[in-house]
Write a protein that binds this ligand. Sequence first.
Ligand SMILES: C[S@@+](CC[C@H](N)C(=O)[O-])C[C@H]1O[C@@H](n2cnc3c(N)ncnc32)[C@H](O)[C@@H]1O
Length: 285
Amino acid sequence: MLYLVGLGLGDAQDITVKGLQAVRRCRRVYLEAYTSVLTVGKEALEEFYGKELILADREMVEQEADSLLKEADVCDVAFLVVGDPFGATTHSDLVLRAVKLGIPYKVIHNASIMNAVGCCGLQLYNFGETVSIVFWTDTWKPESFFDKIEKNRQNGMHTLCLLDIKVKEQSLENLMKGRKIYEPPRYMSVNQAAEQLLAIIQKRRLQGEKPEITENTICVGLARVGALDEKIASGTLQQMSTVELGAPLHSLIVTGTMHPLELEMLKLFSVDSSSFENNACQRTT
Ligand SMILES: C[S@@+](CC[C@H](N)C(=O)[O-])C[C@H]1O[C@@H](n2cnc3c(N)ncnc32)[C@H](O)[C@@H]1O
């Protein structure tokens, strides 16, 4: 049996009872280590689960899935995913491969950032398409996420922006020697995401456009949701570029049209209550 087990969002103790029971009876337990992280590392998980974990990087999951699934038809193998196994980045490929090999599978769900963002008071029903904001480089500055946020906002919908995690091979030499040594990952902060959005707004104005999203659009920055030191801050997009949210992981929400109750909730987390004064876009239902 292949078990896909969600680990939740905070620390080792967020695994479900069902998930923990499955992990403890598995012969091999893989920890998916590239789409998300908890506030604790592999060792803390191993100690709490009482089980050794094998780190699974993107290459292993995407190109060496057969070795991961080896003998899963005669013994139990677990694949652990931070959040929910089907939250944001899905692991359907692995499931399809298992099914093709005649391996039965079970999913043990957990909280995902996709639903936990409701903690800021915005209604999950009022969200449009989720976007991923990627790190820009000197030569690569995609803007497609901005167009999706604009579209959501035109439709009155909020946008959950998931922020890039960059895992980079350390050096070409290591690569050539077949060694995989990783630099510490880079996690995009709410400040960096807001700066990229502000840069796009400026650029579009120079091109004669009038973007729907402006420096004054109300946004929410969320850090370490589900952890003991979770932090939420609401304010304008401009304020998000300097707000202090601390360690990763971060997510950003660009609001659409708000119900008075949503607005009331957001004010609980405001960096400066005057940011909300000119926000008249309210829904009534
Ligand atoms: C590709 S998604 C993976 C989602 C995960 N499978 C889940 O179900 O929650 C990873 C991104 O979600 C956001 N994220 C995940 N966990 C978070 C948390 N606890 N607090 C804030 N943002 C989080 C970050 O932007 C992060 O880069």
